[in-house]
Design a protein. Structure first.
Length: 105
């Protein structure tokens, strides 16, 4: 796999959807070699449609971020895997090229 084929896929979703997303991804061990899950807070317009009362008062929404490095063609497979499990507009994602990727023990 050349580095030009690699992408970092970033997934952003609500904390309430964490188990849905992580379960779907861990079931696909043949497709994914792993991912990193981060806790985050969302800010900005349009984020409060499904916010809890606590989040509305605080002015920020609990989010989860997943990063994974995939081949370019695998990105579509991951999104297609998640799409039927998520509410409409509950998942935000983008990709970035990966210049270098190594694992060191």
């Amino acid at each position: 796999m050349s580095e030009s084929d690699l992408r970092r896929l970033t997934l952003i979703f609500s904390a309430a959807d964490e188990s849905v997303v992580t379960s779907a991804l861990t079931e696909q061990s043949t497709l994914l070699s792993g991912f990193t899950l981060l806790k985050a807070e969302g800010h900005g317009s349009g984020h409060f449609d499904h916010a809890s009362a606590r989040e509305r008062v605080r002015g920020r929404i609990e989010r989860r971020v997943i990063w994974m490095v995939l081949r370019k063609e695998e990105v579509v497979q991951v999104i297609d895997l998640l799409r039927p499990r998520m509410r409409p507009n509950a998942l935000v994602w983008w990709t970035e090229p990966v210049e270098d990727f190594q694992r060191r023990v």
